[in-house]
Design a protein around this ligand. Sequence first.
Ligand SMILES: NC(=O)c1ccc[n+]([C@@H]2O[C@H](COP(=O)([O-])OP(=O)(O)OC[C@H]3O[C@@H](n4cnc5c(N)ncnc54)[C@H](OP(=O)(O)O)[C@@H]3O)[C@@H](O)[C@H]2O)c1
Length: 162
Amino acid sequence: MLISAIVAISKNNVIGRDGHLPWHLSADLKRFKAITTGHSIILGRKNYDDIGRPLPNRTNYVLTRNANFEAPGCTVCNSLAQAVESAQSAGESECFIIGGAAVYREAMPLVKKMYVTRVESDVDGDVFFPEWGEGWRKVSEESFPADEKNDFPTVFEVWERD
Ligand SMILES: NC(=O)c1ccc[n+]([C@@H]2O[C@H](COP(=O)([O-])OP(=O)(O)OC[C@H]3O[C@@H](n4cnc5c(N)ncnc54)[C@H](OP(=O)(O)O)[C@@H]3O)[C@@H](O)[C@H]2O)c1
């Protein structure tokens, strides 16, 4: 099973502010949906609280250390390893780490593919993307302008490593 991460990152490495995404990027949300639909997604409890519901047509694994946490329509896991093993045993081909920062940080050593939306601006925020680790090569990039539905210009990049 391939373990991938998907994230939008500002020039100053911000990914979140006050528990939310610090931008509106309609094209990015559409791309996120197209890439992750039909697969498993692994997310932290704070990211789940922000989204507020299971994302449809995906197996949602929500990580929390709270043994009593309930997330209707999701599989609640108490460790990253438990979520990864569940996805693997269900026959998943590609599982997506979808954040936030706490989950990206722990999962990065396992991640072999990154779908990165570069938000082409410095942005105020309080949550940052962690270190990537070694061995990454960019395999594609595509630029998109800002418009009425997209706060900033973006570059969509795909990165891989062995
Ligand atoms: N730009 C992007 O692409 C992007 C993507 C996703 C999220 N975000 C942003 O990132 C921010 C949230 O990130 P965050 O780092 O604050 O929170 P987070 O990673 O979403 O959630 C952290 C919580 O997840 C649980 N958790 C994490 N690792 C765990 C593990 N190994 N085992 C069990 N539970 C674990 C814990 O929940 P409990 O406290 O319940 O134990 C922890 O408090 C928001 O602002 C969000 O909008 C941005």
